[in-house]
Design a protein around this ligand. Structure first.
Ligand SMILES: CC(C)(COP(=O)(O)OP(=O)(O)OC[C@H]1O[C@@H](n2cnc3c(N)ncnc32)[C@H](O)[C@@H]1OP(=O)(O)O)[C@@H](O)C(=O)NCCC(=O)NCCSC(=O)/C=C/CCCCCCCCCCCCC(=O)O
Length: 237
């Protein structure tokens, strides 16, 4: 599930809870969607923090469900879109791990604050799939195509320090990233929603050398996969 807490100072906290690694099951995905709706429609909420329970952000899709369902009635990509469309700033507080769909969820947020010992990565390739919830669009926009390709194709986990250098993470802390994210969200929630929206639009779309993220379709994901796999198309290989 995902727990919604209305904090003091105009903030909302959404906490993923699905032991042992807060993997995104359909129940968790539904919980995130409903909590986001609550936070977005509550005019007294000015900023949102997303975190995981028990010292871990999220190890990605709940692979136990892959054995049970062939199709899902809720799409993590739609949730990522919703986070990006909304006018309130959303901060991901990353403890220990943000993998796969967990990293996609964090990439959808406007800011990412991680503990120094956290690790992030896209292990999808080890399961024979690609990041399907906007990761293939959002990661290259943050780090550039070559670095994004490296992470997506290798499936390797990287340290918070490397993620900071690449630009995946905005800040590393040695203290509790949830507390730090709450403080940060409080600070930025003072800015007008118009300013934030303009900045977020400029950063996400207009100023990107890769152009607007039109690729939020399975077609674009397939094209990206084609780009990854056809020799000579990518990185001068
Ligand atoms: C690094 C690890 C996480 C931890 O390693 P370690 O510390 O050594 O411990 P382990 O012994 O390996 O694991 C501890 C226990 O945790 C369980 N575990 C680990 N990962 C998962 C997981 N992802 N899901 C469920 N359970 C998990 C593990 O079995 C152990 O349990 P137990 O103690 O034995 O009981 C390491 O474990 C690791 O690397 N894990 C795998 C990480 C991984 O592959 N993640 C998935 C990547 S793919 C992905 O994220 C895809 C995303 C697509 C979109 C999201 C889809 C969501 C699905 C449903 C929701 C709606 C879907 C809609 C479809 C759509 O949006 O497209």
């Amino acid at each position: 599930m995902a727990e919604f807490t209305r904090l003091q100072n105009c903030l909302a906290l959404i906490r993923l809870r699905n032991p042992p690694v807060n993997a995104i099951s359909t129940t968790v995905a539904r919980g995130i969607k409903e909590s986001l709706q609550k936070a977005i429609t509550d005019d007294t909420v000015k900023a949102i923090v997303i975190c995981g329970a028990d010292g871990i952000f999220c190890a990605g899709a709940d692979i136990r469900e892959f054995k049970v369902h062939k199709t899902f009635d809720i799409q993590l990509g739609d949730i990522v879109d919703e986070i990006q469309r909304n006018k309130k700033p959303v901060v991901a507080a990353i403890q220990k791990l943000a993998l796969g769909g967990g990293l996609e969820l964090a990439l959808g947020c406007h800011y990412r604050i991680a503990h120094a010992e956290a690790q992030v990565g896209f292990p999808e390739v080890t399961l024979g799939i690609l990041p399907g919830a906007r990761g293939t669009q959002l990661l290259p926009r943050l780090v550039g195509v070559p670095a994004a390709l490296d992470l997506i194709i290798s499936g390797r986990h990287i340290s918070a320090n490397e993620a900071l250098k690449l630009g995946i993470i905005d800040k590393i802390v040695n203290s509790d990233p949830i507390e730090e994210s709450i403080k940060f969200a409080q600070r930025i929630s003072g800015q007008s929603s118009q300013e934030l929206q303009m900045t977020s639009d400029m950063v996400a779309d207009k100023s990107s050398a890769l152009g607007p993220p039109k690729g939020y379709t399975s077609k674009a994901t397939i094209e990206f996969f084609f780009y990854l796999t056809v020799p000579g198309l990518c990185c001068g290989m």
